[in-house]
Design a protein around this ligand. Structure first.
Ligand code: C2E
Ligand code: CA
Ligand code: CA
Ligand code: CA
Length: 279
């Protein structure tokens, strides 16, 4: 037993080292990617349930590593958050998305809103709202065209600081969405404290719509809370006609998902919009 315990430890230690090595490697390579423009944003359409028109897009980060190939944001965002690199990365995302949105705005490409994902470290950083104001100003972008997505975890922690920052952002005129709603903390009290505009129904609940009565009940409850508190709802990860139908019939406002489109690079998104009937 002793022998096997030691072996287990050895395996464990090697695993930890391999993981630590991977984290260091990702961090190092990510710095390089930022400097060498190996990062890009893809844009996933958000569609109105009522009209079928594209109302906005969500900017999603893509990393094409010259040797390793595509690396998923689910792998490298946590590393960037851990290392603090998320501040630089996050402001790159914000500036790039705002510049793109301003360009679409001035060339008549009908994208009414640009959603950008935020990490905790960005929101908690002093001067975050001023930074956002500067980016809007630099790009002459109407604030209402920017939608900032934050997770429940961000909303819950550091609550007085967060309240100040979110209030400043609201005063700027940007909209605020709660991402992955229902998967974080159980407390709902932050919903009445913070100036929130939308709840995004997490894909994990949308997945079960059509065959899991419990997921359906949760989705209906989220739509009900949103209605009662005056928030819009956006369903994410809609993949099937049955999911679309259920969400449509129960008053969800907008959706995103492979049922309509994946996240696309700029030119593909523009081609898709050109092929769409006008709103
Ligand atoms: P998220 O914000 O929940 O984004 C939705 C994810 O679901 C995206 O994965 C999207 O491509 C994927 N998705 C959308 N529709 C469907 C669908 O119908 N089916 C399936 N199977 N998947 C769908 P992605 O792009 O890999 O991003 C993963 C996560 O990485 C995001 O989850 C977000 O938390 C984070 N992330 C991405 N870009 C950024 C960024 O610029 N900043 C920060 N802080 N986080 C980011
Ligand atoms: Ca998101
Ligand atoms: Ca989400
Ligand atoms: Ca999600």
């Amino acid at each position: 037993a002793k022998q096997s315990g030691r072996n287990n430890f050895k395996v464990f230690a090697e695993l930890m080292r391999a993981q630590a090595d991977e984290i260091l490697l990702i961090e190092h390579e990510l710095r390089d990617a930022l400097a060498n423009e190996h990062l890009s944003l893809y844009y996933q359409p958000q569609i109105s349930m009522q009209t079928g028109a594209v109302t906005g897009v969500e900017a999603l980060l893509r990393w094409q590593h010259p040797e390793i190939g595509f690396i998923s944001p689910s792998r490298f965002i946590p590393v960037a958050e851990e290392s603090g690199l998320i501040l630089e990365l996050g402001s790159w995302v914000l500036r790039t998305a705002a510049r793109q949105q301003a360009l679409w705005c001035s060339t008549g490409v009908p994208v009414a809103s640009m959603a950008v994902n935020l990490s905790a470290g960005q929101v908690y950083k002093d001067g975050f709202a001023e930074m956002v104001a500067g980016v809007l100003e630099q790009n002459q972008l109407p604030p209402a065209m920017l939608d900032l997505e934050l997770t429940e975890r961000i909303a819950m922690e550091h609550s007085s600081k967060t309240l100040t920052t979110l209030t400043e952002l609201q005063e700027l005129g940007v909209t605020l969405s709660i991402d992955d709603f229902g998967t974080g903390y159980s407390s709902l009290s932050y919903l009445k404290r913070y100036p929130i505009n939308k709840l995004k129904i997490d894909k994990s609940f949308v997945d079960g719509v059509g065959d899991d009565p419990e997921d359906q009940a949760i989705v209906l409850a989220i739509i009900g809370i949103a209605r009662a508190l005056g928030f819009r709802t956006v369903a994410e990860g809609v993949e099937t006609a049955a999911q679309w139908q259920f969400l449509h019939d129960h008053g969800c406002d907008e959706y995103q998902g492979y049922y309509f489109s994946r996240a696309l690079p700029v030119q593909e998104l523009e081609a898709l919009l050109r092929a769409q009937p006008p709103a």
